[in-house]
Design a protein around this ligand. Structure first.
Ligand code: MG
Ligand code: MG
Length: 264
């Protein structure tokens, strides 16, 4: 495992790549409604990212099965947890869609995800989204110098499992920098005081993937999409953060997304 700490200059470049994701997802937020397809959202995202001088890093990203991801964003609808391929099925009232986006700008990667409600969703789904986002910030609270990866993992797991939600085990957060996936891994489950010690300048993506039902997932036949085995919905929120003394520096942002959502 090779963990590399970022200089202040590198952190600022990471921030630029990550803030572009927030702006991209805000652009999508303006367009998410019943009837829109995830393929349309993908076209919007790719255009926006490239118009801003960045590269959508998900496009062409390889998987272990020898295929390359065909789109610029992952759009995971309802029981899809992550890695959903955008398609021509219109979103429907009551759906949720997790939109994960990766950018590369000036040699550094951004990685952030937000789960959107399409129109009105059921109360249990609304609470799933709320709890998953809360868990992300509970994890971020632990991303301070001197603590360990397991402190983040435990905080996320504890927040979700104590409320009866499932925590996906097979996919985890990660270091982020020149590469979208760097060491160390950042699981959403674990024990306090375990794992790599967090040091000032360590940049990681924290990304709880939380299910309304059981935690078990499987791979779809397209060899990308990950879905819950019980077909119940799942949510996914992700921030890239820099570990600092006392308080993490959140490099991505939901501010613009939420200002769009609050004014719809
Ligand atoms: Mg991501
Ligand atoms: Mg990630």
């Amino acid at each position: 495992m090779k963990v590399y700490l970022k200089s202040d200059e590198e952190v600022e470049l990471l921030r630029e790549a990550n803030l572009l994701i927030g702006r991209t997802l805000a652009e999508l937020a303006r367009n998410i409604r019943p009837g829109v397809t995830t393929r349309q959202l993908d076209v919007l995202a790719e255009t926006f990212i490239r118009d801003n001088g960045a590269i959508p890093v998900f496009k062409g990203f390889p998987n272990p099965y020898g295929s390359e991801f065909p789109a610029s964003i992952c759009t995971s609808v309802n029981e899809q947890v992550i890695h959903g391929i955008p398609d021509d099925r219109p979103l429907q009232e009551g759906d949720i869609v997790s939109i994960d986006c990766g950018t590369k700008l000036n040699g550094f990667c951004g990685d952030s995800c937000y789960t959107f409600a399409v129109g009105e969703v059921s109360e249990e789904v609304r609470l799933l989204l709320k709890t998953t986002k809360e868990a992300l910030y509970k994890g971020i609270e632990q991303a301070v110098a001197g603590r360990r990866i397991g402190d983040i993992s435990y905080a996320v797991q504890q927040h979700c499992e104590s409320r009866g939600y499932g925590v996906v085990r097979e996919f985890v957060g990660h270091g982020v920098g020149h590469e979208m996936h760097e060491d160390p891994q950042v699981p959403n489950f674990g024990r306090r005081g375990n794992g790599v010690q967090l040091r000032d300048g360590l940049c990681i993506a924290i990304e709880p993937m939380i299910t309304l039902g059981a935690k078990e997932v499987f791979l779809q036949s397209d060899r990308w999409g990950i879905v819950t085995r019980d077909k119940k919905p799942a949510a996914h929120y992700e921030h890239s953060v820099c570990v600092r003394k006392g308080k993490a520096d959140i490099l991505s942002s939901f501010d613009e997304i939420e200002s769009v959502l609050n004014n719809l």
